[in-house]
Design a binder for this molecule. Structure first.
Ligand code: FPP
Length: 247
């Protein structure tokens, strides 16, 4: 049995304000058990709930989850539909919990490509949860980082063409200000489950200085304890930003 979380015993001194996660391995988790892939996604949704709780308990203010990439549209129709239904079900089921716990829901990606039913639920919950919140859950849906950067470049070019912006003044800050969620601070920690050592077109700009933590654990098995282990590993790292270690 998993040991209970005791954050009192092992306090995390330096809690990242923003943690981003590539939730990988749902399919392999299911395959190992001879189950259909969607069962892995269902258990993965349970991990979302567990990690959201752990993040809040630790004091993480922003949690970004890579739920569906622009590349994921090429998966079998059944699986895409199953994932969309799971997302809709998650919102129905946890709306009360999200609001009670002051968690704001935001979406990063091409929301307009999602099924109408999912778009409606997301929009409604995003509005409701934006009124009174302490934590932010960002779900990356139909998201691709190169697309996000290209969208930012196009927006900047449009402004320059209209004379609203001098091209000579374009700098890193300008680009950052034209990404999908410009007000959200960059993640300090990026977790990837199921062992792959790749960024998979996820937040390439925002993760420039992030600590990367990769575990072999499949996402459906990644729960509170695994999340705290990642925070502890983050605490053992010396962050330099190109300078020298000061801690
Ligand atoms: C990666 O596993 C996982 C996904 C593409 C989907 C993640 C979605 C959920 C956990 C559903 C619920 C989400 C929310 C936000 C409520 P994979 O299918 O790529 O696994 P594999 O690499 O083993 O095939």
């Amino acid at each position: 049995m998993a040991a209970p979380i005791d954050n009192q015993k092992s306090p995390i001194a330096n809690v990242p304000r923003h943690v981003a996660i590539i939730m990988d391995g749902n399919g392999r988790w299911a395959q190992q058990r001879g189950l259909p892939r969607i069962k892995g996604h269902e258990q993965g949704a349970e991990s979302v709930r567990a990690v959201l709780r752990a993040a809040r308990q630790a004091g993480v203010k922003y949690l970004t989850l890579y739920a569906f990439s622009t590349e994921n549209w090429i998966r079998p129709k059944d699986e895409v539909e199953g994932l969309m239904n799971l997302l809709a079900g998650f919102m129905d089921h946890y709306e009360g919990d999200l609001l009670k716990n002051k968690i704001r829901l935001r979406v990063m990606g091409q929301i307009e490509r999602l099924p109408q039913k999912v778009q409606k639920k997301l929009t409604k919950l995003m509005e409701k949860s934006a009124k009174d919140y302490e934590y932010t859950l960002i779900v990356a849906l139909s998201y691709g980082s190169r697309l996000e950067i290209a969208d930012a470049a196009r927006a900047i070019a449009r402004k320059a063409a209209k004379g609203e912006l001098d091209p000579e003044t374009v700098n890193e800050e300008t680009v950052a200000q034209h990404l999908y969620l410009p007000d959200v601070p960059d993640p300090e920690l990026m977790i990837r489950t199921s062992g792959e050592l790749r960024l998979s077109n996820f937040m390439l700009w925002q993760l420039s200085y992030a600590e990367l933590y990769v575990t072999d654990v499949f996402w459906p098995d990644f729960r509170e304890r695994e999340f705290f282990q990642a925070l502890e590993a983050f605490n053992r790292r010396g962050r330099r930003y190109g300078g020298i270690v000061t801690q």
